[in-house]
Design a protein around this ligand. Structure first.
Ligand SMILES: NC(=O)C1=CN([C@@H]2O[C@H](COP(=O)(O)OP(=O)(O)OC[C@H]3O[C@@H](n4cnc5c(N)ncnc54)[C@H](OP(=O)(O)O)[C@@H]3O)[C@@H](O)[C@H]2O)C=CC1
Ligand SMILES: N[C@@H](CC=O)C(=O)O
Length: 415
């Protein structure tokens, strides 16, 4: 789309939709105007005159004056219908809906190709951080080794408030909701599912690997035990929710979302409040660190604005790495990691799933913990992982290849 004037059919006038309205008012350089706004609740008071609003999606989708659909609603199923219809109608789409994208990515990529219509979604991963376009355009896939980071603003806000301000979990979450950072269903944030949905997008643009969200091991911050928190505190480690995707030496990819303990000098340990931080590691550029606000009305709207601007010069995702990497696959069975597991009585057999146990602690009052090395596939399939009273946290260190680790060990013992 290379029109100079964008006429927007905007779906959603909540935190991000209203943020976009204000951002557009204050950005006269971009010739974009909101023609109509699709919302759901007929009785809600609105900050704009009633004639702007419609409760029928077809009023926007089939309006010949609308040439771009911006989808900013909190209902992933309805969003999917809107986006699909818009692409079929040849209307460019900008969306921030990572749940909808992660659940339908293969179909939406195919649809962009068959209709020749662009679908941009920079705001859907890390809000204000320009990660998608960077991963898509800047890094050659052969040189990119890993992306790892804090990619959910609400959980980082909650963990910061609990650690720095000593707020209880429920109060910290309530503040994240009041500030507009959390999803309408905050379980998506605290259970790690929002980070998982974003990781699906990062995998596609970083490595050309399209996976279903359910293929990624995901553990949130809703189950961190007091014993795990005490373990971190006593050792001066910082708890963060991390998403990681890493190329293995055999060419496969290891990826997961897990709470993790970080040494205080780690860049990500210093990412506070709703900020996100993403580290890329690549062959020649080496280690790079992106930092910025990962949630909120204006930071998210700024990414939507950037996509709108990109549409005016004909930008679209080409998914180049997807074509280069047809054989790439997730390899959880070839990956291991070090974890801390805290548990209550009756779960002691979980020790059998570990390839190495480093430490064990048992207390009738405080519960039990062990630290050790476990395969990613083993962890993902463990029945005890979701059992009441069990809490799993990654220890410092990357996801790594099982065979490489084993051969390093042999090398060490034969020296
Ligand atoms: N908040 C943030 O920081 C970020 C949010 N996002 C994503 O942006 C999207 C919007 O989030 P946010 O603005 O926070 O959500 P809000 O809950 O603040 O607003 C949701 C909006 O969607 C509208 N809506 C819901 N269902 C429908 C429907 N069936 N038809 C039409 N309109 C509907 C609501 O209408 P009504 O006004 O009538 O209730 C409301 O205006 C989500 O996908 C979210 O994941 C992405 C990055 C950051
Ligand atoms: N709920 C999300 C909003 C932005 O994507 C988050 O907290 O990161």
């Amino acid at each position: 789309m290379t029109r100079t004037t964008i006429s927007i059919g905007l779906f959603g006038f909540g935190c991000v939709g209203q943020g976009l309205h204000e951002v557009l008012e204050r950005t006269p350089g971009l010739r974009a105007r909101i023609a109509r706004i699709g919302v759901k609740n007929r009785t809600k008071a609105r900050a704009l005159p009633a004639e702007y609003f419609s409760f029928d999606r077809d009023d926007l989708l089939y309006d010949p004056a609308v040439n771009v659909i911006v989808e900013l609603i909190d209902d992933a199923d309805e969003a999917y219908q809107i986006v699909k219809t818009a692409l079929h109608l040849g209307k460019a789409v900008v969306t921030a809906n990572k749940k909808m994208l992660a659940e339908h990515l293969p179909e939406l990529i195919a649809l962009q190709r068959s209709t020749g219509t662009p679908l941009l979604y920079e705001a859907a991963a890390c809000a204000s951080l320009p990660v998608i376009r960077n991963l898509e355009e800047y890094y050659d896939t052969d040189l990119l080794d890993s992306v790892e980071g804090i990619i959910n603003g609400s959980t980082n806000y909650i963990l910061t408030a609990m650690h720095r301000d000593a707020l209880p979990f429920a109060e910290a979450l309530a503040r994240a909701q009041a500030l507009g950072f959390a999803e309408s269903n905050p379980a998506l944030d605290v259970q790690g599912l929002d980070a998982r949905n974003k990781l699906v997008l990062l995998l596609a643009h970083a490595f050309g690997l399209v996976v279903g969200p359910e293929e990624l091991l995901t553990v949130g911050i809703d189950n961190i035990s007091p014993l795990a928190a005490a373990y971190a505190r006593e050792r001066g480690l910082t708890l963060k929710l991390l998403a990681e995707a890493r190329r293995l030496p055999d060419g496969g990819i290891a990826a997961a979302v897990l709470p993790a303990l970080l040494a205080p000098e780690h860049e990500l340990a210093r990412v506070q409040d709703e900020y996100n931080g993403l580290i890329t590691q690549s062959g020649f550029a080496d280690r790079q660190f992106f930092l910025g606000r990962g949630a909120g009305a204006f930071p998210t709207a700024s990414a939507v604005l950037s996509d709108l601007s990109a549409l005016t010069y004909g930008y679209r995702y080409e998914y180049k790495k997807l074509h280069q990497n047809q054989a790439l696959a997730l390899r959880p069975e070839a990956t291991e990691l070090d974890v801390l597991v805290t548990y209550t009585n009756g779960q002691s057999s979980l020790i059998e799933d570990f390839t190495q146990v480093h430490e064990q602690f048992h207390s009738r009052m405080q519960g039990h913990y062990l630290t050790g090395t476990i395969g990613l596939a083993q962890l993902a399939g463990a029945v005890w992982l979701r059992a009441p009273g069990v809490s799993v946290v990654r220890l410092p260190g990357a996801l790594r290849e099982v065979l490489a680790a084993a051969s390093e060990l042999t090398e060490l013992t034969t020296r």
